[in-house]
Design a protein around this ligand. Structure first.
Ligand code: AMP
Length: 303
């Protein structure tokens, strides 16, 4: 990465009058100190950027005087070493995109810069991080909390932007800032989708063409679940959230190239299974699906 930044410096991108690229906490802190008093909007990412990420940066640009984006593939949030190894990395393209959307500074640290020593902290967010992604990817949210808390300590943002695409992650980050007493506002931005409905994801580039063709069926199945619930209720039939989960799961699994890992209708604040249809905080339908070697997640607001 240091070599990459040297290359970018020589090629002129890092000397852009509008965007700076830094690899150390020291350099980032120095940059922010020079802009003391300005409101910082922060977008943490793992790179391989797409329009979903850029929509977060655009929101940050619209609401803050300084926009910081981090690109860091955080090893502590990967429970599967093969997943970490195969995670897509496209740093040059990322920097070009970030400059176009008006980023002020990009933080691209090495692993040793973020974790000079291993992070031994163990977080507990009660029930929020024990279900769905937390239950099927052990240690994932602990790693997310480790890296996001470290990044927040360095950047000290007024606002930080996260995508609804990772719905449970937003809840975990909100719980984390509350627990640690961090004065940062967490802003949730809508999920950006491809024209065929597939939620944009860095992992989509890893899909085979066959899996890419059927992947939009995940979103379609979530939507079909809502239509199923509506039509059953209109017909005067009582239907439970569990029956809708079953309908969505079966719709996904009807496609031989897809395999549902979980489908859950949850209270949008607590992440616990919806018990009926009048959860006061609303209901979100969430799914994780295996498409070949790639694990995809998606969710829609249900009620
Ligand atoms: P990642 O690089 O996957 O860690 O994602 C960085 C941020 O971008 C997270 O807050 C994600 O929720 C958000 N994000 C990823 N995909 C999308 C999308 N399709 N629409 C909106 N935000 C997204």
């Amino acid at each position: 990465m240091i070599l990459l930044i040297k290359f970018l410096t020589l090629s002129g991108l890092n000397n852009s009058p509008r965007m700076k690229v830094v690899a150390t906490r020291e350099a980032l802190k120095q940059y922010l100190k020079e802009r003391e008093g300005s409101q910082v909007g922060f977008v943490p990412t793992m790179g391989a950027l797409h329009d979903g990420h850029l929509s977060l940066v655009r929101s940050a640009r619209g609401e803050n005087s300084t926009v910081v984006v981090s690109i860091f593939v955080n090893p502590t949030q990967f429970n599967d070493p093969r997943d970490l190894k195969s995670y897509p990395r496209t740093p040059e393209a990322d920097l070009e995109l970030l400059e176009k959307v008006g980023t002020d500074v990009v933080f691209m640290p090495e692993v040793e810069e973020m974790y000079p020593e291993p992070d031994a902290r163990v977080f507990d967010f009660g029930k929020i991080d024990k279900v769905m992604e937390g239950a099927t990817r052990p240690g994932h949210f602990n790693g997310v909390a480790q890296v996001v808390s470290r990044l927040f300590e360095i950047v000290e943002p007024a606002r930080a932007y996260f995508g609804q695409k990772d719905f449970q992650q937003v809840a975990v980050v909100k719980a984390m800032v509350q627990q640690l007493g961090m004065p940062v506002q967490i802003v949730q931005c809508p999920t950006m989708r491809e024209a065929d409905g597939l939620a944009m994801s860095s992992r989509n580039t890893l899909l085979s063409s066959e899996h890419r063709t059927v992947a939009p069926k995940i979103y379609a199945a979530l939507e079909a679940g809502r239509e199923f619930a509506d039509s059953e209720r209109k017909a005067g039939r009582e239907i439970t959230p569990r029956e809708v989960e079953k309908h969505i799961t079966e719709t996904i699994n009807a496609e031989p190239l897809l395999e549902a890992i979980y489908v859950q209708l949850v209270n949008a604040a607590t992440m616990q299974p919806a018990r009926g249809w009048d959860e006061p905080e609303g209901i979100q339908a969430c799914a994780a699906v295996r498409a070949g070697n790639v694990r995809l997640i998606d969710n829609i607001k249900f009620v």
